[in-house]
Design a protein around this ligand. Structure first.
Ligand code: IMP
Length: 198
């Protein structure tokens, strides 16, 4: 079976992406299968640049096709923050809960009309023979005043997608995977993957 490496150790991302790749007919591996690959600096300053850095580094080290995701939460009233720094918003090794708590603090005086936000996901696919391809998916919504729900990960409990009355953390994976930034980006990249692996 052909192999595809997801350039991440993040089990939450692996779970979501693997579900979206289930009918591709390839073996999906994460970086956990390659313990010799150390941390990859995500220092390009953009989501797309970081996704490319990760996919290129993993493609080079493994010799296998690699897919990388870099995602940011962009809050309109915070001028796009935390954006590319979403995973380190509250410090270098911040937990999801610490990042959410910092966001709640930063937004505590904002009324509902100033709570618009979006998730933006960049995906980069790097494979021998085709170079690199990047795509993007955006999910618009707003930030709640308090977390709701226990599913999903990261900022999901405080993110209400536009047109829904449930946060991403109150949805099951199959619903999140129809509307999320990552699902929309995967919809763009799937034809490229199908062509490559056919
Ligand atoms: P990175 O793409 O690994 O840099 O992750 C950015 C950060 O954004 C993660 O640590 C999570 O906190 C958050 N994040 C990424 N994807 C999602 C998602 O689908 N829902 C909620 N938060 C997310």
């Amino acid at each position: 079976m052909k192999k595809l490496v997801l350039a991440t150790h993040n089990r939450d991302k692996v779970r979501e992406i693997s579900a979206l790749l289930s009918d591709l007919g390839v073996e999906v591996l994460s970086l956990d299968a390659f313990p010799r690959i150390g941390p990859i600096a995500e220092d390009s300053g953009t989501l797309e640049g970081n996704a490319l850095l990760k996919a290129n580094a993993v493609g080079r080290s493994t010799g296998l096709p690699a897919l990388a995701d870099d995602t940011g939460l962009e809050v309109h009233s915070l001028y796009g923050e935390p954006g590319v720094y979403s995973s380190r918003y509250s410090g270098e090794h911040a937990t999801y809960a610490e990042n959410v708590s910092k966001l709640m603090d930063a937004m505590k005086s904002f009324p509902p009309r100033r709570r618009a936000a979006r998730f933006r996901c960049s995906l980069a696919f790097v494979a021998p023979g085709i170079g690199s391809r990047t795509v993007e998916g955006i999910c618009r919504g707003s930030i709640l005043e308090k977390p709701r729900g226990t599913g999903g990960f990261g900022y999901d409990p405080v993110f209400l997608p536009k047109g829904f009355d449930r946060t991403l953390a109150e949805m099951d994976l199959s619903l999140k995977n129809t509307l999320s930034h990552r699902a929309l980006a995967m919809r763009e990249i799937l034809p490229i993957l199908r062509e490559y692996f056919k």
